[in-house]
Ligand binder design. Structure first.
Ligand code: KMH
Ligand code: ZN
Length: 271
């Protein structure tokens, strides 16, 4: 089994300091949270950025400031900007961090309900356009899957030449699709041989999904974007604390943790 790649989704676009005072907004706070996750064993930072007042933004300049600050504290970490941004942003806004040529970025492979009246829109043309731009900029997409149809879309776009193999999937469970062992196994069974996958369990699903991925040979995403609690009713002090818990579970189960360069090798990124 490959070593375990831990992704830390340190910030998100929806979670706020009202949910957990350690949610980062400023450049310094974002770098602090990235460092805590990296020191604990995360090899990938999934990155959203905010203005100082917490407003989500996809501004290229803000991404650059945050990425530079993260690299200063975590020199070899893989930075994976979001191209999902926040609900309601235009495709042009969302694509801005790809102009910085990161090693990876997310590619959301379908439209979904996002709570209340919110719909996170990813039309076929959006997905193909984002995939083309990532190809041109040599950015490896992490395919964000919120339900099974999004796996089927990704396979279709792969066959049409928009997404290259080996594909890397992130199963985000607990938003639209339920976070159960049955659903995770169904998704894992649906992706092409040679693909890699990680799982992001939302809220209370975070650690149960992580434990399943550890034993199934997948990888794990944790972080404030998906969950702000270290255990029932107890807020996590940092993203690092969430990563530390995954490392403890992995060690108990005999799975080693990948360094950033080992993660690059597993994912087929150039070192
Ligand atoms: N904030 C969500 C609307 C991604 O990063 O690509 C989209 C999201 C997915 O978080
Ligand atoms: Zn995200």
């Amino acid at each position: 089994m490959d070593k375990l790649i831990i992704t830390a989704a340190i910030c998100g676009a929806e979670v706020t300091k009202e949910n957990n005072p350690s949610v980062p907004y400023t450049v310094e706070e974002i770098a602090r949270e990235a460092k805590s996750a990296y020191k604990a064993g995360a090899s990938i930072i999934h990155l959203h950025v905010r203005e100082d007042d917490g407003t989500p933004t996809q501004r290229k300049e803000r991404f650059k400031e945050c990425m530079d600050a993260i690299r200063a504290k975590c020199p070899d970490v893989i930075i994976q900007p979001s191209t999902g941004g926040a609900v309601g942003m235009s495709d042009e806004e969302r694509l801005q961090p790809t102009e910085l040529y990161p090693e990876m970025a997310t590619l959301d492979c379908g439209t979904l309900n996002f709570g209340g009246d919110e719909i996170f829109i990813n039309t076929e043309n959006t997905i193909k356009n984002f995939a083309n731009i990532m190809n041109q900029r040599n950015i490896k997409p992490e395919i964000e899957v919120f339900d099974k149809g999004m796996v089927d879309y990704a396979i279709k776009y792969h066959k049409q030449g928009f997404i290259k193999a080996p594909m890397h999937f992130d199963f985000v469970l607990g938003v639209q699709m339920t976070a159960t062992a049955r659903d995770l196994a169904f998704l894992v069974d649906s992706i092409p041989a040679g693909s890699t996958w990680t799982v992001a369990g939302i809220g209370k699903n975070q650690f149960p999904m992580a434990a399943l991925a550890i034993v199934m040979g997948g990888h794990v995403r944790v972080g404030f974007e998906d969950n702000t609690y270290i255990s029932k009713g107890v807020l996590a002090k940092s993203n690092g604390e969430l990563v530390e818990k995954v490392v403890r579970i992995a060690k108990e189960l005999g799975r080693e943790i990948a360094t950033p360069n080992e993660a690059r090798e597993i994912l087929g990124l150039k070192p």
